[in-house]
Ligand binder design. Structure first.
Ligand SMILES: Cc1cc2nc3c(=O)[nH]c(=O)nc-3n(C[C@H](O)[C@H](O)[C@H](O)COP(=O)(O)O)c2cc1C
Length: 312
């Protein structure tokens, strides 16, 4: 039965060029949607098996003879392209150096990010894995300082209207729905942060942008109601690393998506589809204060698990 998602229905079409196919069977080995099966001396396609072709593209990737094509569920034949040469791919040392040099940037220079770089960042972000193909991720692109400021203004209206929700008596009432650590965090962080966004804290200088850090580019990632919410986060992470590799400073913002999710009017104004579940925002620009020293980071916990005794 075809997988029906918010953005796709039906199966993709798999075509095998029998003139090229030497029936090596690699495509059958990697197919999990189920339509490919071994037919004795050839490959058979049966779209009624299991989910039919979901458009995952594993068969295309595995075929050494370019004998298999998939169309539909977001894929076109032109989407099939050669892999980057091995020597072009970042190795661990290069990738790790990029990761170790990254820091969140909260002071941006005002110059815009050229459109060409926005496209490069999106091109890299589109490679992100998704919970179920085709991608249910969408991205709202605010391509300049004016657009980011206007978006921020809309979100600050939501903050101003919802500020009462984070006042101590209401938070106290909400505590039954939060664990102790969440309750303390809302009290100590969210309420003062929203005041800072609104410029109502003495520590925030007049005109300071504590919310979007005056970034010249913002990307707001969202995922469909049938996607895993992590899909938007993974795409945003790819975009962050791509921007970093182009020499930009970046910072994730958690609250724009949360606030957008609270306001139907704003979602409509920005053309978000009904199925959109707003996720992470990413701001990008040239860093005014680039990092000159690194930090060793730690997870809260790392537990290697060997030979766990079986439950008696
Ligand atoms: C899900 C998520 C939400 C975040 N939201 C914000 C935010 O709203 N504002 C902000 O300035 N930084 C935000 N950050 C950035 C973190 O504060 C930052 O990653 C953290 O301080 C660690 O610093 P580093 O990125 O320099 O290693 C967010 C990061 C993540 C992963």
């Amino acid at each position: 039965m075809p997988l029906r998602t918010a953005v796709a229905d039906g199966v993709a079409r798999v075509t095998i060029d029998v003139g090229r196919c030497d029936a090596c069977g690699r495509c059958v080995q990697v197919c999990r949607g189920g339509p490919l099966q071994w037919g004795g001396d050839h490959i058979e396609v049966d779209p009624r098996r299991m989910f039919g072709c979901t458009g995952c593209g594993q068969c295309v990737a595995a075929c050494p003879r370019e004998a298999i094509h998939v169309e539909g569920r977001g894929l076109a034949v032109e989407d099939q392209r050669p892999l980057p040469a091995a020597g072009q791919r970042a190795d661990f040392g290069q990738l790790n150096a990029l990761l170790q040099a990254r820091r969140s940037c909260r002071v941006f220079r005002p110059e815009p990010v050229p459109t060409e770089d926005v496209h490069r960042i999106l091109d890299a972000a589109r490679t992100a894995p998704v919970s179920l193909p085709p991608s249910g991720v969408g991205v709202l692109i605010l391509p300049g300082g004016n657009e980011v400021r206007e978006f921020r203004r809309g979100l600050l209206d939501v903050v101003a209207r919802r500020r009462w929700l984070f006042r101590p008596p209401v938070v106290w009432l909400l505590r039954a729905r939060l664990d102790a650590a969440q309750y303390r965090l809302v009290r100590s962080f969210v309420a003062p942060l929203f005041d800072a966004y609104l410029g109502r804290r003495p520590e925030v200088a007049p005109g300071e942008d504590y919310f979007f850090h005056r970034a010249p580019l913002a990307l707001l990632f969202y995922a469909s109601s049938t996607s895993h919410p992590a899909d938007a986060t993974i795409a945003a992470t790819h975009a962050m690393l791509a921007a970093q590799s182009l020499g930009y400073g970046t910072c994730f913002l958690g609250f724009p998506g949360f606030l957008l999710g609270q306001d139907r009017g704003l979602r409509r104004r920005y053309g978000l589809p009904e199925w959109a579940r707003p996720g992470l925002a990413l701001v990008i620009g040239r860093a005014a204060v680039p990092p000159v020293r690194g930090l060793r980071r730690h997870f809260a916990r790392e537990d290697w698990v060997f030979n766990v005794p079986s439950e008696s």
